[in-house]
Design a protein around this ligand. Structure first.
Ligand SMILES: *Cc1c(COP(=O)(O)O)cnc(C)c1O
Length: 229
């Protein structure tokens, strides 16, 4: 049987070891538990083990879970692809959005963020060479896209996100993480107040932490394999 508390402890150990190898403070790395496609009971089990940040990709799947668990102190992250006609429920129900790949989507999220909620934490997804290429902006559009957030009071640009092709080599994946870290540095140099590198999944969290990840998004190694991605 799946032991979620034990899986979480093992992931925390992997994070701690990877941080130590990179001479980084493990507390600078947040574990996001990716609960997409998984039932409420598993989220409750992870919550009981102390996990507070959860990531979801599919609104239809996520919204009933968010509603059912509304009493819990959970920070919900939308990590899926964004469709223009579905920005409203994202703006209303999530604290973070990781895969912003157009200014238009950011504007819609800003306009639809309910008054009274804190600004939506946003990461721009970059499409880097060797990347999955299913989404993300090109690096040469980064500064312009980041600057657009200056006009969006209900969104707060926190940093960058990427997802290397899982079938690429470890070297290629590490190169993608390295490129993303360089892009974050460039944003900082340009004066943007950013702090988040959302990178690293079950198979590559060590490489991502070596390159400076501040948030790893872990599904399979906490909740078991999924029948769809
Ligand atoms: C599914 C997913 C994850 C988690 O992947 P695992 O390999 O199961 O850890 C992380 N990030 C995104 C964007 C995902 O879609």
């Amino acid at each position: 049987m799946l032991d979620i508390a034990n899986n979480l402890a093992l992931i925390q150990q992997r994070i701690a070891r990877a941080a130590e190898n990179a001479q980084r403070n493990p507390a600078s790395i947040t574990l996001l538990a990716v609960s997409k496609t998984k039932p409420i009971e598993m989220i409750e089990a992870a919550y009981a083990a102390g996990q507070r940040s959860f990531g979801e990709n599919y609104l239809q799947d996520a919204l009933p879970k968010i509603e059912a668990l509304a009493e819990l102190d959970i920070e919900w992250h939308y990590i899926g692809r964004i469709q223009s006609n579905k920005t409203r429920p994202i703006a209303e129900h999530f604290a973070w959005v990781h895969a912003i790949d157009s200014i238009k989507h950011a504007q819609r999220l800003n306009d639809q963020r309910p008054n009274g909620l804190p600004a939506l934490n946003c990461c721009i997804q970059l499409n880097l060479s060797g990347e999955d290429s299913k989404g993300g902006i090109q690096p040469d559009a980064l500064i312009e896209t980041a600057a657009a957030f200056n006009e969006l009071p209900h969104c707060r640009l926190r940093g960058l996100m990427t997802m290397p092709d899982p079938d690429s080599s470890a070297e290629q994946q590490q190169s993608v993480f390295h490129q993303l870290a360089n892009c974050l540095d460039e944003l900082k140099q340009q004066g943007f107040d950013v702090d988040t590198l959302s990178m690293g999944m079950s198979g590559d969290l060590e490489l991502a932490i070596a390159e400076g990840s501040t948030m790893v998004r872990i599904g399979t190694d906490i909740f078991g394999a999924r029948s769809y991605p």
